[in-house]
Design a binder for this molecule. Structure first.
Ligand code: SF4
Length: 355
């Protein structure tokens, strides 16, 4: 009888998707793909990965890049700390390792932003190390295969999943084996209506035998994201608009946006805008025209952003909570690295614009 390992490898070799990072054997390219793929779908990642690799083809070029250029190449992918960490890690690899990525999971984990999953993925795929990976797809496959009916976020259950993955990774082609598990979770053992009839593991799957595959894995309910109201203003002065940059750490760190801030409880948007701009940019606006609102859900926050256009009299910008500002032609603002939320707000603020 074939082992689970063999079944997975055979299935993977016959069914794997032709993804661009699978066509080249370059540890740096694998690392970038794994950083981008966290929390993000493959189809979304492909164009970003291709552009990123054409701008920064190796560790040296990424290490030498300006922070704005790196964030600009990442803009729209979300979870921006990943880009900042990649940049810091590339500098460290250039300085300490002569531009070559460490070839063990332990060595990789010393780099900023590289956790157990990324270290295991890069070490196994790029360096053939028998290191396990457990991401959402792998956890689902293993929980169903072994009939694990406890919350997979519990530390003891997570530890068991890592052990099961480690048993499978041991042996030849650990990189293919890990990718087989991930690919099976992405294509066949999907959250709803898994394709069990096409699954190479169907004859040994505990959840299929018990008829409860769809209810696995068990996950504690995530808390509902906190509802937050905020304001942003397109501030005009002699045909130029004000852009501000967030400090490097924290949510959306290093990205440019329209100035504004969160509303206090029960604060009216226009009053909140005047207060936020006074406190955070030192500017008193003359008038504000509401342009509409945009919504965006972050991991822990569900944001409603009220967008305004305002004129401001003379006065020096004095920043609080931001670390840089620029007065720019409206078209130039879109060139700065910015989050999807800012892009939406900017489109709204500039729509039917005569500026
Ligand atoms: Fe998932 Fe079904 Fe395969 Fe079990 S048989 S691993 S539930 S796809």
């Amino acid at each position: 009888m074939k082992s689970t390992r063999q079944l997975l490898l055979e299935w993977y070799r016959a069914n794997r998707r032709d993804l661009p990072w699978r066509r080249i054997h370059d540890p740096y390219a694998v690392w970038i793909s794994e950083a981008m793929l966290q929390q993000t779908r493959v189809e979304t990642v492909i164009p970003y990965w291709e552009r990123f690799l054409s701008l920064f083809p190796d560790v040296a070029s990424l290490a030498a890049a300006e922070p704005d250029a790196v964030l600009g190449a990442w803009a729209g992918l979300g979870y921006y700390s990943r880009a900042r960490n990649l940049h810091r890690a590339a500098k460290l690899v250039a300085e300490r390792h002569g531009g070559r990525l460490p070839d063990t999971a332990e060595g990789l984990r010393e780099l900023p932003g590289v956790g157990r999953y990324t270290a295991g993925a890069v070490a196994s795929i790029a360096f053939d190390r028998p290191e396990p990976v457990v991401d959402g797809n792998v956890a689902r496959v293993l929980a169903r295969l072994h009939g694990i009916r406890e919350d997979v976020k519990l530390p003891a259950v997570a530890a068991r999943l890592w052990e099961l993955a480690a048993e499978l990774a041991r042996g030849p082609s650990p990189g293919d084996l890990n990718q087989a598990l991930m690919e099976l979770g992405a294509l066949v053992c999907i959250p709803r209506a898994p394709g069990c009839t096409a699954c190479p593991l169907r004859r040994r799957c505990a959840a299929l035998a018990a008829g409860d595959a769809e209810s696995l894995p068990v996950k504690a309910r995530k808390p509902t994201p906190r509802a937050v109201e905020a304001v942003a203003g397109l501030i005009l002065r002699r045909g130029r608009v004000l852009a501000v940059r967030r400090p490097p750490r924290g949510l959306l760190g290093g990205l440019w946006e329209l100035p504004g801030g969160e509303l206090a409880p029960r604060e009216r948007p226009e009053a909140g805008l005047r207060r936020a701009l006074r406190e955070r940019t030192g500017l008193a606006i003359a008038g504000a025209e509401r342009r509409g609102e945009v919504k965006h859900v972050f991991t822990h926050r569900s944001l409603r952003l009220h967008v305004f256009r305002c004129d401001t009299p003379e006065g020096r910008v004095r920043l609080r909570d931001f670390d840089a500002h620029r007065w720019l032609a409206p078209g130039a603002l879109a060139e700065l690295p910015q989050a999807t939320l800012t892009r939406k707000a900017l489109t709204l603020a500039l729509s039917s614009s005569a500026i």
